[in-house]
Design a protein around this ligand. Sequence first.
Ligand SMILES: Cc1ncc(COP(=O)(O)O)c(C=O)c1O
Length: 404
Amino acid sequence: MIEDMLRTPAAVQDAERHTAHNYHPLPVVISSAEGAWVTDVDGRRYLDCLAGYSALNFGHRHPALIAAAHAQLDKLTLTSRAFIHDQFADFCRELAALCGKDLVLPMNTGAEAVETGIKVARKWGYQVKGVPAGQATIVVADGNFHGRTTTIVSFSTDDDARADFGPYTPGFKIVPYGDLTALADAVDETTVAVLLEPIQGEQGVVVPPTGYLPGVRQLCTERNVLFIADEIQSGLGRTGATFACELEGVVPDMYLLGKALGGGIVPVSAVAADTDVLGVLRPGQHGSTFGGNPLACAVATEVVRLLATGEFQRRSTELGERLHAGLHALIGKGLVAVRGRGLWAGLDIDPALMSGREACERLMERGVLAKDTHGSTIRLAPPLTITAEEIDHAVAQLAAVLAG
Ligand SMILES: Cc1ncc(COP(=O)(O)O)c(C=O)c1O
């Protein structure tokens, strides 16, 4: 039987044998990739409609990013921050300019950027706002996803993410996402920050009501509270703008960035803010051995330059319209709702038909990779380099899956 000759089943088993089961991956074993396409160990090709949860906004192995990585590998890879290296200044200056902020603090993973944002907000609260010692609070939203550290899961509302990982870090208040009145009620003199995703990715690409983000901005300004936008998944071109906040004309006090900043090659995250905020940190108060390393900076500087052209944001806007039009046409034909902006969509499948997981498995059999979340929802976040024809192909495969 042909099935017996495939390498995938044994490779799946092998991968499971010596790993903690903290993920439930689709049974596909990828060995190479280019652009929007990946190839598995049996030579089958798939259109990647997840793009590493937006870490691959520029596609797999974008030539400019690979060239930057190769060139840097041949020169210098790590110094630690005990010394300065020659890639550091360009990266920080150019990322700060892209964000319209004075300063950048580079880290590695998204969760580290969030932890950095929390620490900076607390220190700002004590030193600048004058909050009494040990009393700082941060307001967050129901349905949030900001990462997996013990502090971050302390304010998660997802039982899987939080249960049995206590004792939990205090100092967070949770309010319903999209509800300005609840937010205003939660803010008091101890509040140092409001920490939000401008669009909640993990929750199923949930877009808040129009006017919510400007309302948050105004409230934070009036009450002397920092607005921290977690743009780790929504940022860097995904929604058709450099930052999802831009779609509502909003500028937060602090951007948290990650995922696509590393060009799909290295983990790179960063916090960007003005000097009155990020300037509260002094030597010895925060850091990371690998944060801002030469390889990371070389790749991420090239990412910033790609974004500075505006091409990827334009593609996301234009092709996003095509994607959303195609998906909206499937409402009533297996989909019950479609949300999102640009090349980012959350689709609710009619639960009577199949689960999100089943839909993703069937899509995989048809050569399209996507990821389910929360039961009957699928997220689509293809590389921003995807073509119109490839979008039509993905939508056609989804239509076929839904039609059974
Ligand atoms: C909005 C948001 N914040 C933070 C994170 C955490 O990033 P990382 O997995 O790199 O720690 C994620 C990851 O999905 C995210 O979507």
